[in-house]
Design a protein around this ligand. Sequence first.
Ligand SMILES: C[S@@+](CC[C@H](N)C(=O)[O-])C[C@H]1O[C@@H](n2cnc3c(N)ncnc32)[C@H](O)[C@@H]1O
Length: 391
Amino acid sequence: MNTAPGAQVARALTAKGELLDPAWHRTVLAVPREAFVPETVWVRTHREGLTVFAPYPRTDADVSRWIHQDYALMTQVDDGEPAGPDGTGIVPTSSISQPSLVVAMLQALDADDGDRILEIGTGPGYNLALLCERFGGDRIVSVEVDTGVAEQARRTLAELGYKPTIITGDGAAEVPDHGPFDHVLATVAAKDVPPAWLEQVRPGGRIVAPWGPGFTSAALLRLVVGEDGAAHGRLLRDAAFMWLRDQRRAVDSWRDHIDEATSGTTSGEAALNPRVVSDPDPGWGVVLGHLVPGLVAHVAEAAEGLLDAVGEATVRLYDRAGSWALAEYTPAGPPYETLCCGPRDLWQEVAAARAVWERAGRPGRDRLGVTVHPDGRQEVWADTPENALTV
Ligand SMILES: C[S@@+](CC[C@H](N)C(=O)[O-])C[C@H]1O[C@@H](n2cnc3c(N)ncnc32)[C@H](O)[C@@H]1O
């Protein structure tokens, strides 16, 4: 029987075909994931009609199993102050990431022995331990925004004999006195890639991060920094992660933003099927979020049993900055009645984004790439960086 500290996790990953690099296989075998699990983990459940995260002791039979399997474990909610009913949490704010995703990110980074790596989002420190095990703690700097999380990670890593530099602070800013680095690995998602990441990486170095405009969950982005300081790269796979603290979206409802009784609304008609906002194509989700910044959509199906409304839906859009719109979908087809309010015409913006995506041949996420300029400007392109998708 294999008694290596990470044997069970490694087996869970090899069974899924996820550990393809033997050097990372050896690394996963060497690191005990259970050492990073705190006394309490937070498990998604439902209370009072809300999705919340309930506290479970790490000794719980299910949790004890999940520790050695390919699951993420939520280790903090609401920045350490659970804000839900009955001691539950609303927003997970730190976690031990899913091992298959951790390994996919490490393999995508493609770092060499001797490289210096900046990790953003230390969390409990499992990924950091893998980096230390493989490259040595003296090559790794990690930044964690939450003081308590950073302190716990320092303790756990020291107990296991790893000695990276862990900085408490905002990983979106430059890390003074430690750069430049060969690569940046973010285990927290960015809507806007911070320019400091580009500035701190040498030309040819990689930035691997969960990224997305925020309309859908993040995808794994692998950027290569060029001589001119810009970085280009492709979207590799799903990578649903929590967002950088300053880039989080509020937890709210359309009711906080849409009031149909307000004055100043404009009614009209749209030719585009409003249900396109829930087209599940991941490439469309990226393009829509990029071209209609801040967009949030909510589709309310007509209640079951309303015989004269079968298949109908009210589709609501808002941007949290004073613009909103709704459209009434009916299977009878266009035109669809619309109502808009605020400085932006969100239906017009969605229609323009859809036209751009269709003209580009409806690229799936595997055809999409991203360029980040040194000033932070981001472009999304199809197939090559010259093919930027713009309205
Ligand atoms: C998904 S967890 C990290 C997972 C972890 N690296 C692991 O080994 O599994 C994301 C972490 O990023 C941290 N974080 C969020 N915003 C940050 C920021 N601006 N700078 C640094 N850390 C941040 C959170 O506090 C959280 O601990």
